[in-house]
Design a protein around this ligand. Structure first.
Ligand code: IVH
Length: 670
């Protein structure tokens, strides 16, 4: 491919990818599949590697992160980044409005917005290109985290429409609740301490030196203020809506994330609405911000030393209740990890009845110094399960006893162990603790692993109790006859189950590896291992050093993987699964396209844009198989210059389609 063609393709790919990004992350519209998106991105990455000089400014390939910063530079803000005056009382909002109305004689419009609970960010755009992003810092100067901010998909790298030539936009970077829960689940799997809340996690993430990790954390943003643009629109509300046209993710009036109002009662309505509804949001807010809309009026009101007089924030009170701690239960996970759960005297909290709260691990119990019968404070944060945040010591009885963590497994009575540096206690009886055995099977069949439909928790217990299955490989020995003997299995569900067991044999290797439930090998780690080693056999014989060479695989994971493969019962299990036909290797490289899948191509002659070797690789990367000579089995002959006439004749005789170099390029759409 020559440089001109490459440039054209790079520009077109960059524009398309920017556009798909915007549609997906800002407008919530998915117009192509993840796979197709990845293909386009990979093609662009490859082209940029081949033609680095043609890379576009702020190419969408920067979204995946790359450079590791040594430290962040401190940069002075062009406009100081102030904070807001806070209040928890509605009366104070009334006072604030009255004060403003006294000093401004014209009618005043107010803008009500959500107060996103994240980290403030100021982003500069010059000629429509994101050039710099700063954290708040001390308000006067912040840290330059541009590289990290570029990985946030809802923040445009390039603007569209009639954007101003040089301006700063400010907003909040936060971690959506679903992402926060996913991250904590991964931490649980790794036996690592959980992150405390989405805000701190977002803040810590934004200040990470490795932008690749930032990219993987899926931060999101909403933008709420523009600087250097007041000459375009007369008010804040209009400017914010205008910014959406340039590609920013701004709050939408139709979702009631922003509203322009003109009375105290409308402000109160907005506050009350979100105080009730905030738990339905996919991210956390900690209040409502009210701003004077008109820029002239804002100027007239000015600032105090710390904050603008034209804005105020109303903070929601955290929903917290007090209730009695009745007892503790201990749950055994599939890896043997023990999770303590508090059983509470039922209490209403934010519209739901709370009976249980997770305590995570022994450290948490110790930190709270819990005693049985304590009156504890329970809060509902971003997580589904409420948390115990403290104890009302005044109500503690003198003779109450501190909780001592159990020493033996509540399911099989084996002694529990807590290894050095780990947060959980473990039951080590992996092969016969029934909860662990069933938990492992449940994990194996789960959607992200082997995805065997029709084998829910109950069916697994039923099959286990009837001794039809006692490990994951046994699932593949289930027959129609055996299943029909069970009371609760009707013919139709038996057929569906057998079909989905059969289907699971086509599930990709990394998901099989994940399904085995090796300690610390979650979804991401399984993908990394599979991609690196390509087969179960290679992983099973990998040395410690080879394992830790893999991106993001640390010592703890390496030790766990090695231990897994040293256990003969695991080797036997894998051997059986292999015999039943599950996938234990990963096909090579991700394909660039699927255009030649199932086709055989023969290459002949010489080419202008590629060497023969490059052409062959391209055929394979686009799904094709290479044939050595033309025959009736050939689908395409890629014909270069100086090709022998005999080959051409054989091709014609066998009805083989002949592709010129240009035809070929068009087909793989380079
Ligand atoms: S306006 C001059 N609007 O709350 C201050 N701030 O103390 C302009 N925040 O750290 C801030 N949502 O990051 C504004 N809709 C919103 C906001 C918001 C969250 C944060 C902001 C700042 C803090 C204010």
């Amino acid at each position: 491919m020559n440089s001109e063609a490459a440039q054209e393709r790079i520009i077109s790919l960059s524009n398309d990818i920017h556009n798909y990004n915007h549609l997906y992350y800002v407008e919530n519209k998915s117009v192509i599949s993840d796979y197709e998106f990845d293909l386009l991105l990979k093609e662009l990455q490859d082209l940029e590697k081949r033609f680095p000089e043609l890379q576009q400014v702020n190419s969408p390939t920067q979204r995946v992160g790359g450079d590791i910063s040594k430290k962040f530079n401190t940069v002075t803000h062009q406009y100081p980044m102030l904070s807001l005056g806070n209040t928890y009382a509605e009366d104070e909002i009334v006072e604030w409005v009255n004060r403003i109305q006294k000093s401004i004689s014209d009618p005043i419009e107010f803008v009500c917005e959500l107060k996103y609970d994240g980290v403030a960010i100021g982003i500069r755009y010059e000629q429509g290109v994101l050039t710099r992003a700063l954290t708040r810092g001390d308000g006067q100067a912040g840290e330059e985290v541009t590289q990290n901010v570029k990985t946030i998909r809802s923040i445009p790298l390039k603007l569209k429409g009639d954007f101003p030539s040089d301006f700063e936009i400010r907003g909040e970077v936060f971690m959506p609740l679903s992402q926060f829960e996913k991250l904590n689940k991964e931490r649980d799997e790794l036996g690592e301490q959980r992150f405390a809340n989405p805000r701190n996690t977002a803040s810590g993430t934004l200040k990470m030196l490795d932008s690749k990790i930032v990219a993987s954390r899926n931060l999101d943003s909403y933008l709420y203020g523009l600087y250097g643009t007041d000459s375009i629109d007369s008010g804040h509300y209009e400017t914010v809506l205008h910014a959406a046209q340039w590609g920013f993710k701004t709050p939408l009036p139709e979702e009631r994330f922003i509203a322009k109002v003109s009375s105290v009662s409308e402000i109160m309505d907005f506050i009350d609405f979100w105080d009730k509804k905030r738990e339905d949001l996919p991210f956390e807010i900690d209040g409502i911000v009210i701003k004077v809309n008109d820029y002239q009026q804002q100027k007239a009101l000015g600032f105090t030393a710390k904050s603008p007089r034209w804005a105020i924030s109303f903070k929601f009170k955290t929903k917290r209740v007090e209730t009695e701690l009745l007892s503790l239960s201990y749950q055994v996970g599939r890896t043997g990890a023990i999770t303590p759960v508090a059983n509470l005297n039922a209490v209403q909290l934010g519209g739901t009845t709370v009976r249980r709260a997770s305590l995570y691990n022994a450290d948490q119990i110790e930190k709270l110094d819990l005693h049985l019968g304590d009156f504890v404070y329970v809060e509902k944060g971003g997580e589904i399960i409420p948390k115990i945040v403290g104890v009302n010591l005044e109500k503690r009885k003198n003779d109450s006893e501190a909780i001592v963590f159990i020493t033996h497994c509540p399911e099989c009575n084996s002694e529990l162990k807590r290894r050095e540096g780990e947060v959980h206690h473990y039951c080590l009886n992996e092969s016969s603790c029934p909860t662990q055995v069933m938990g492992k099977m449940q994990h194996f069949i789960s959607r992200k692993a082997l995805n065997i439909d029709g084998l829910g928790e109950e069916t697994i217990s039923l099959l286990f109790e009837n001794k039809l299955i006692s490990n994951c490989a046994d699932i593949y020995t289930l027959s129609r006859e055996k299943l029909l003997l069970l009371d609760r299995m009707a013919e139709k569900s038996v057929d569906n189950l057998l079909f989905s067991i059969e289907q699971s044999k086509t599930i990709r290797f990394d998901r099989v590896l994940f399904g085995l439930g090796i300690r610390f090998v979650g979804e991401t780690v399984a993908k990394k291992l599979a991609k690196h080693f390509k087969s179960m056999e290679k992983i099973s014989i990998a040395t410690f050093d080879e394992l830790i060479e893999v991106d993001e695989i640390g010592e703890k994971i390496a030790i766990s993987v090695q231990q897994y493969f040293q256990d003969p019962s695991n080797l036997l299990l894998i051997d059986r699964l292999m015999q039943y036909g599950l996938q234990f290797t990963l096909p090579d490289e991700l394909l660039l396209s699927s255009i030649f899948i199932g086709k055989t191509l023969v290459v002949s002659g010489t080419f202008l844009a590629f060497s023969r070797e490059e052409l062959k690789q391209l055929i394979e990367k686009n799904g094709g198989k290479l044939g050595s000579s033309v025959s009736s089995k050939t689908d395409y002959l890629v014909a270069g210059a100086n090709m022998g006439p005999a080959k051409l004749k054989t091709a014609n005789d066998n009805g083989v389609v002949i592709l010129s170099e240009d035809d070929f390029i068009k087909m793989i759409s380079l």
